[in-house]
Design a protein around this ligand. Sequence first.
Ligand SMILES: NC(=O)C1=CN([C@@H]2O[C@H](COP(=O)(O)OP(=O)(O)OC[C@H]3O[C@@H](n4cnc5c(N)ncnc54)[C@H](OP(=O)(O)O)[C@@H]3O)[C@@H](O)[C@H]2O)[C@@H](O)CC1
Ligand SMILES: Nc1ncnc2c1ncn2[C@@H]1O[C@H](COP(=O)(O)OP(=O)(O)O)[C@@H](O)[C@H]1O
Ligand SMILES: [K+]
Length: 511
Amino acid sequence: MRTAYGVETVRATERQLMARLPEGTLMQRAAAGLAVASADLLGRVYGSRVVLLVGSGDNGGDALYAGARLARRGAGVTALLLAPERAHAGGLAALRRAGGTTVHSPAGGRAAGATEGAADRPAGGSASDPAERPAGGPAGPTAAEVLIERADLVLDGIVGIGGKGGLRPDAARLAEAAERSRAAVIAVDLPSGVDADTGQVHGAAIRADLTVTFGTHKPGLLIDPARDFAGTVRLVDIGLDLPEEPALEALQHADVARLLPVPGPESDKYRRGVVGIAAGSARYPGAAVLAVAGALHGGAGAVRYVGPAGDAVLARFPETLVSDLGPAKAGRVQSWVVGPGAGDDAATVAQVLEADVPVLIDADGLRLADRDTVRARTALTLMTPHAGEAAALLGVARAEVEGARLSAVRELAARYRATVLLKGSTTLVAAEEGAVRVNATGTSWLATAGSGDVLSGLAGSLLAAGLPARDAGSVAAYLHGLAGRYAADGAPVGAQDVAKAIARAWRDVRD
Ligand SMILES: NC(=O)C1=CN([C@@H]2O[C@H](COP(=O)(O)OP(=O)(O)OC[C@H]3O[C@@H](n4cnc5c(N)ncnc54)[C@H](OP(=O)(O)O)[C@@H]3O)[C@@H](O)[C@H]2O)[C@@H](O)CC1
Ligand SMILES: Nc1ncnc2c1ncn2[C@@H]1O[C@H](COP(=O)(O)OP(=O)(O)O)[C@@H](O)[C@H]1O
Ligand SMILES: [K+]
């Protein structure tokens, strides 16, 4: 399991640990890991040009100490100080001792002569005073921008977990320069400008190739839009003693393998669970077919279908048990999936919600389900909206949900007293309490009509097989994401291809 902890927890565990260790130990551990990652990315440290973006907190301190280590190995290291008088004193001294130089960044001096002796000074050159550097003519890029432009590597130590709100203008300009530069960019702890706890991004942020994060992943590193800014994430262990329950967790192959329902010698189709699919309409029979396709690959022993698309379902999947008596009289099931392609059939949704078995509500069903009825259910409910559906349920704009996925999914779980799976580039699964699951196995090729129907059938089938809602949702998202990757393999796919590839995802996970 990959886990992520919020800032408050990180701060608390850091305090405990620091009380037992000599001062500065944690920062040295962080800086050592950062320097190793930097060297790995550079390939050749000697002679490389490294620029440090240094804010006034400990995040800047990490960058300065790592810069000092790189300077000792022969890199030309220049620190751009956003607030020279407040930059980490120990880090500054270490960098200078190692031969690195410093430039006062926000003075905004134009480039003219300012870069010589800064970017081009080899390691071992004498240190300069922070305030000495602003210089240059009236137009063109600032000295800081030229340094960034010419760098091989930029270390972003502007701000870490101490960040509040969007980047301030001086910092935002550095982030933009780093994005324009061809230099590799490493974010220290997290990309400056992203919210560590939520994954929200307010305005400009550092776009990193690699994020070297300390002690634990932060939730924001795993949730879009911030995740997209973090690049590859490398975790450096600094010895934090973290509590049992994280804020966020991501299943890995081994976790999914343990959760998959596998038939034993005593199994029969009923013991494995029967999933009922109440989906499709005369207008959208395909949604029924795709939900059934997903369900057949989900681990239930049988799939029962009720609704107006029985012929279409049977033509494609003769193994389906089809009924036209409606959910209440269709025969026993261990879970229901309701909603994909359902149109305006509110009566079917209401009938399903009365069943005393786990229910998955998707697509049209989300709009048609009465909130108080869902809240009052005693059996499990799993809701699977995409951002647009979630926005409609919350009464906000879609962009608001996409920008703040974590709070949106938590809010829905609370309002409906249900487990909610919010689909999209990062899928989140939240119950009313406990860690939120995040899934990142997917690919944007999955953004194809009907792939959500496959997911709902798959997750419904896992519910029928006995998985709790959080596990059913997150295991389904995991398999569906992998299946999407296998089916697409770099080319467009249809939802049917995704359903077919679920079997390969199972095998892969179980291997
Ligand atoms: N936890 C651990 O175990 C370990 C933590 N370590 C490291 O410490 C880091 C946390 O350090 P931290 O607490 O000093 O805060 P940090 O992230 O540097 O930010 C504070 C500075 O940023 C500024 N600032 C704020 N918002 C801003 C904005 N929007 N735009 C621009 N600037 C903004 C703010 O300015 P102020 O508000 O004071 O004017 C203040 O000066 C952590 O991420 C990790 O790297 C490791 O060394 C070892 C173990
Ligand atoms: N950009 C993306 N990256 C990864 N997965 C995505 C992306 N966009 C959509 N998906 C996935 O594709 C599926 C689409 O579901 P949905 O929006 O309900 O489509 P439909 O209603 O057409 O079936 C979901 O599983 C979602 O998580
Ligand atoms: K940073």
